[in-house]
Design a protein around this ligand. Structure first.
Ligand code: IDP
Ligand code: MG
Length: 139
């Protein structure tokens, strides 16, 4: 099987808590290669656009405020079976339900402030990566 990509964000709560380095270590230890990475602060408008697929969910407005509330780290990651492998590494959306040792189990604060994003499909990994990075920025 050839390597493919997933997209991640180290979310504002985790950056604020200085977990960025520890989370990147977990990602590299799990065998992912970083294809692109940047540190940035989303506007509310940009966060709303990124999470547009959730616009009908009750937590949407809070999610936009939270995701634009502080700086984040966005990255494109490469590994065999990247999407599923990364979802396994980060654990369940709700950190109370995340397996011990997963990134959300170790670093998340709540179901909303849950430390990291991970794409849910190859299609969304491509859409999300190109939201943050041009082709020239992905090596
Ligand atoms: P995922 O990040 O595990 O794929 P999604 O269902 O796609 O979870 O939700 C996107 C993000 O929205 C979550 O990572 C979390 O930050 C937030 N979220 C999800 N469910 C809830 C909730 O019930 N209350 C508050 N925030 C939520
Ligand atoms: Mg999701």
């Amino acid at each position: 099987m050839t390597a493919n990509i997933t997209f991640t964000i180290i979310k504002p709560d985790a950056v604020q808590s200085n977990f960025t380095g520890k989370i990147i270590d977990k990602i590299l230890d799990a065998g992912f290669r970083i294809k692109a990475m940047k540190y940035l602060h989303l506007s509310e408008k940009q966060a709303a656009e990124f999470y547009e697929i959730h616009k009908n969910r009750p937590f949407y407005n809070d999610l936009i405020k939270y995701m634009s509330g502080g700086p984040i780290v966005a990255a494109v990651l490469e590994k065999e079976n990247a999407v599923e492998s990364y979802r396994n590494l980060i654990g369940a959306t709700d950190p109370q339900k995340a397996e011990p040792g997963t990134i959300r189990n170790l670093f998340a604060k709540s179901i909303e402030a849950n430390a990291v994003h991970g794409s849910d499909s190859n299609e969304n990994a491509a859409i999300e990566s190109s939201f943050f990075f041009s082709k020239l920025e992905m090596f």
